[in-house]
Design a protein around this ligand. Sequence first.
Ligand code: C5P
Length: 330
Amino acid sequence: MGRALMARRPGRPSTPRLTARICVPAFAKINLGLEVLGVREDGYHELRTLFQTIDLKDEITLRARPRGLRLVCRQAGVPVGSENLVWRAAEELQHRGRVRKGVEIRLDKRIPVAGGLGGGSSDAAAVLLGLDRLWGLGLGPEGLLPLARGLGADVPYFLFGGTALGLARGDEIYPLLAQVRAHVVVVDPRRPLATAAVFARLDARLTPRQNGYTIQRFVASSLRGEVSFRGLTNDLETAALEEAPDLEPRIGRVRAVLEREGAVLASLTGSGSAFFGLFERRGNAARAQRALASEGFTAHLARTLTAQQYRRAWVESLGERGRSAGRTRW
Ligand code: C5P
């Protein structure tokens, strides 16, 4: 009997079971420091940045379908077609992996949109990692890297998470030996900022950029197991405030409260407009969060995630499938 005929025998489905459903987390990031070194030939900017994941997250459910892509998101203003990076991530993986199966992606957004917290990029990376598992491709984070880089500068970082150095467009990732463990207050001024517009403002400035050495110092001292946030800054902050001058008094107030409550670092994240404070003690972070909320700010209390915690959250979310699938190199 031929193999094709055997596959069609009653009770023996010719396609894999299509009930598979997995829920995966998509964590937000903050930039502990960000230095813009210059404009590249491809129009992007050469960066040196310190990425850090936090436990504020979107939730993504992937449900196998015989074919086609479907994206579902209840939040207003989030596109559910090919304009969404998540869609492009799934389509590219389907194409490159020559996958005939489909998927329904349900996106539950918690991370503020266009806030510099990497929500869209994290969603895309989570979809790549989740579909790699759902479709049994066995690529793992390293195998997904080229595809992630093509999707956006921040996407590759989310394949690894934790405390990491980002070079080039921010898409060359070097996880650091010393991982930050801290409490974080994230303030969302509810004022979306377009990354490209903030970078354009920076280019229009007349003052030449200084080469800062604080990120180099951070990386060097991390080899001794030390982390010092002293001197870390975000080169995009001035440009972001020029792009959205209405933000300046609010950001000033947020920084003052965070510093008053003992933040070891208070900074804009990415191109903004979210602002964060880093605290060694939870009590101080909680006090800062309450103080800001009482002044009418949308403030979230979060924790940093190390690369190990990030990986563990993934393995746990994949449950038995995560542990048993030896082909995925987590
Ligand atoms: O790669 P992504 O689509 O996330 O980048 C959004 C925009 O941010 C780019 O179109 C570019 O204008 C700007 N950008 C940049 N240099 C980087 C990263 C982003 O100029 N390293």
